[in-house]
Design a protein around this ligand. Structure first.
Ligand code: NAD
Ligand code: MG
Length: 396
């Protein structure tokens, strides 16, 4: 039998990271953990290292690295601890690595994910913000290195599974008319509009169907997550924003659909558990057990669909505008959203102000052409400054 595939998990202590390790542990002869990274929950990272014995672990600071290195030694492990973005890029591009799970949240994942792309790795892309920020440059880098890019986002993994067979061989989305991107509508789909000014971070994070990290949970409540996913879908599937329609489907059983010119509509269904798309991408084009229970259609009984209400979900409208504008607009949208969501989670802004902050940033800063990564980070930094100015002007 061939050697196990070496997997780096960036963002191992997060929700996607833990689900990935759960799937990997079910197939010890097929996969081996090469590296794990964590950012805050470092005692959990230590426990993950003990369980999965990686060659490397990556933490943000030198002081944390020393502590973790001592703890690993005391546990009898030879795992080497690396530090910061350089450490992340190193374990993402190491010649021995076969696949990289990109599961850091937000813009912080961009450089390490691109390092994996440039090294020609198989990329399991959960970190949608990286692709949203750098779209054209990211896809150019994928084509140049011949890296295989597999979506982990459940919707995009569903679309990938419903695409023509030749799509993955670079032959394009032949015969595809539209992509139907499903959304649960989150916890505030039916909350009276007047109450939205008073919802708390914990209410926003109480997603009806999925258990996720806090940033993406707030994005799901505001539907910015769907807006980011719209932009993500355009890059992954070479679609125009007008070809991507958002469909509210509260049960989260259909993970997305592809509408073909002959009238066929293909959908992928499954229980809402991220181990399905993770197992699909890890083993692609083969199939492996993910630990997810079989779908019980009789228990589900019905599937509902609604059009999204952009008055209730202004972030969706803002994201569509940024998708249409292209260039620096998606990076600005993403950065303003990251600042606004962090402030909401800290209790400094009210939920409806998330959209106000993003809208002001997009209105103040003109869209510029993006030709290199420098321009992406400049747009990101400008948006963070403008969002910060909104916060100080409002005394937050
Ligand atoms: P999470 O908050 O649970 O985990 C985030 C991980 O990133 C943690 O390991 C954390 O230590 C690390 N991290 C945070 N900030 C960092 C920084 N500045 N530098 C380095 N590492 C840092 O988030 P999650 O829910 O696992 O989501 C991860 C990514 O996957 C996000 O981009 C999210 O949009 C995407 N995603 C998540 C889900 C889900 O079900 N959770 C579904 C689809 C897509
Ligand atoms: Mg998703």
């Amino acid at each position: 039998m061939s050697r196990p595939q070496q997997i780096t998990v960036l963002g191992a202590t997060g929700s996607i990271g833990l689900s990935t390790l759960d799937v990997i542990a079910r197939h010890p002869t097929r996969y081996q953990v090469f590296a794990l990274s964590g950012f805050t929950r470092l005692s959990e990272l230590l426990a993950l290292c003990v369980r999965h014995t990686p060659r490397f672990a990556v933490v943000p600071q030198a002081s944390a690295a020393r502590t973790l290195q001592d703890d690993l030694r005391a546990a009898g492990l030879s795992t080497r601890v690396l530090v910061g973005e350089d450490g992340l890029c190193q374990v993402a591009s190491d010649p021995e690595v076969d696949a990289v799970m990109a599961a850091i949240v937000g813009a912080a994942g961009l450089r390490p994910t691109l390092a994996a792309v440039e090294a020609g790795k198989k990329i399991l892309l959960a970190n949608k913000e990286a692709l949203v920020m750098s779209g054209a440059l990211f896809m150019q880098a994928v084509r140049k290195s011949g890296s295989v890019l597999l979506p982990i986002d459940s919707e995009h993994n569903a679309i990938f599974q419903c695409m023509p067979q030749d799509f993955a061989r670079g032959l394009g989305a032949v015969g595809v008319r539209r992509i139907l991107l499903t959304a649960s509508g989150g916890p505030f789909r039916q909350t009276p509009m007047a109450e939205l000014a008073h919802v708390t971070p914990d209410q926003a994070c109480a997603h009806p169907n999925w258990s996720m990290g806090r940033k993406i949970s707030v994005d799901s409540a505001s539907m910015m997550n769907k807006g980011l996913e719209l932009i993500e879908a355009c890059w992954l599937f070479d679609a125009r924003p007008s070809q991507v329609e958002v469909v509210i489907h509260p049960q989260s059983v259909i993970h997305s659909l592809v509408d073909y010119i002959d009238g066929s509509v293909l959908a992928q269904l499954g229980n809402p558990d991220m181990r399905t798309p993770i197992a699909n991408a890890l083993a692609w084009p083969e199939r492996i057990d993910s630990g997810v229970a079989p779908l019980d259609l009789f228990a589900i009984a019905r599937l509902d669909f609604q059009a999204p209400d952009e008055e209730r979900f202004p972030c969706l409208r803002l994201a569509r505008q940024a998708a249409e504008a292209g260039n620096s607009a998606p990076a600005m949208l993403n950065a303003a959203n990251e600042v606004a969501v962090a402030a909401f989670l800290d209790g400094r802004v009210r939920y409806p102000e998330i959209a106000s902050i993003i809208e002001e940033v997009l209105n103040l800063e003109p869209v510029v052409v993006v030709e290199d990564l420098e321009a992406v980070f400049t747009a990101d930094a400008k948006a963070r400054v403008l969002a910060g100015q909104w916060l100080s002007r409002h005394g937050r």
